[in-house]
Design a binder for this molecule. Structure first.
Ligand code: PLP
Length: 368
């Protein structure tokens, strides 16, 4: 998180229904639209990402409707779990974790059923694979089916062209590539999705009601008390992204995540992704069989204060994940690789000193 965001959040507290907060909500909405690639109104909620995943379903999927969830990692499975908790009938199209989503299988399912929605995770944080939203959008465009995408860990770090691709609902949250603390979530809803939301099918919804949220955001307010400090923080981080130029932000994420992949591979770690488009916001490596991922994560933190992640799912112990989002420079990547090299050497892997940072530096130089 940038220091400028921290400072913006430390500003004096204001009335959440007063002019300063309304200005902040209006400016935040204005600045996030190009990041989403949309002209939609943006609905803000005090919530983590999972809340708006649930909100997307509760507003659009009535009793008796059926949805198709694309599962290609932990967060796709979460969507299925949320839908099942809501007694929604769920079909799934699953691919092996680390592989591209199966668009042809989705198309085949759409020919069999008229689903209320196809639901997908844009940037699967558990595997580092990006879903082809443009291809999915093309499949639903001329059908009554909505496309709902979770871009919690993608938005702000990888491309999103909601309107052009035909994504009906995008949900995201503040704490990842949007460079803020956790606690502010958002939903961007297309005209097609509004038509579904407005046919009230007796859905049980109150806090998450998108209709109420829309009425409020039209007045630059939120329906319930806004997380004022987080809105100040997001306004600041969006200001920074626009100062850098959003295409430069995307290019930086791509270049630096590529450098980290090159460096990790030179250190003997295989990329977890087998095929398909790789994420620019998370880099996932397989852990060599002789090691356990948690031990690498702990060593990096205890010896270097470098914070990376393991896995809290079926890949537990078998992968390590580096967030490559937000405040990130060549220096960060090279330092991470030096630390990783030290950690892997400590665990007895045969490593040529300097090989990781060298491969990353070569990648950076080649892309200049
Ligand atoms: N979706 C994705 C892709 C995520 O990476 C996460 C969190 O890591 C979530 C959803 C859930 O978000 P939260 O933990 O903010 O509820």
């Amino acid at each position: 998180m940038p220091e400028r965001v921290r400072q913006a959040m430390a500003q004096v507290m204001v009335n959440h229904r007063g002019p300063e907060c309304r200005t902040a909500i209006g400016e935040t909405e204005e600045m996030i639209r190009p990041i989403l690639g949309t002209t939609n109104h943006i609905l803000f909620f005090a919530s983590s990402g999972t809340g708006v995943m649930e909100a997307a379903l509760v507003n659009t999927v009535g009793p008796g409707s059926r949805i198709l969830v694309i599962e290609h990692g932990q967060f796709g499975e979460r969507f299925t779990a949320i839908a099942k908790a809501m007694n929604i009938t769920v079909d799934t199209v699953a691919t092996a974790w680390g592989q591209a989503i199966d668009v042809a299988a989705v198309e085949a399912r759409l020919r069999e059923h008229s689903y209320r929605a196809v639901v997908v995770v844009h940037n699967e944080s558990s595997t580092g694979i990006v879903a082809d939203l443009a291809a999915l959008g093309a499949l639903v465009r001329d059908r009554p089916t909505l496309l709902i995408a979770d871009s919690v860990s993608g938005l702000g770090g990888i491309e999103m062209r909601q309107d052009e691709w035909g994504v009906d609902i995008v949900v995201s949250a503040s704490q990842k590539a949007l460079m803020c603390p956790p606690g502010l979530a958002l939903a961007s809803v297309s005209a097609k999705a509004w038509r579904v939301i407005e046919q009230d099918e007796g859905r049980s919804v109150f806090y998450w009601d998108f209709r109420r949220a829309l009425k409020s955001v039209e007045q630059n307010e939120t329906a319930f008390t806004a997380p004022v400090s987080l809105i100040y923080g997001l306004r600041q981080s969006l200001t920074m992204m626009h100062e850098e130029g959003f295409s430069n932000v995307l290019a930086r994420h791509k270049q630096l995540s590529g450098a980290l992949r090159a460096g990790g591979t030179a250190l003997g770690l295989a990329d977890f992704c087998n095929d398909g488009p790789r994420s620019s916001t998370v880099v996932v490596f397989k852990v060599p069989d002789v090691l356990e991922g948690g031990a690498i994560v702990r060593h990096l933190y205890q010896h270097h204060r470098t914070v990376i992640a393991g896995a809290r799912n079926r890949l537990s112990g078998r992968v390590i994940r580096f967030g490559t989002m937000g405040v990130l420079s060549a220096g960060t990547i090279l330092t991470d690789l030096l630390h990783l090299e030290d950690t892997l050497t400590n665990f007895g892997l045969p490593i040529e000193p300097g090989s990781g940072p060298k491969a990353a530096a070569e990648h950076l130089a080649a892309k200049k």
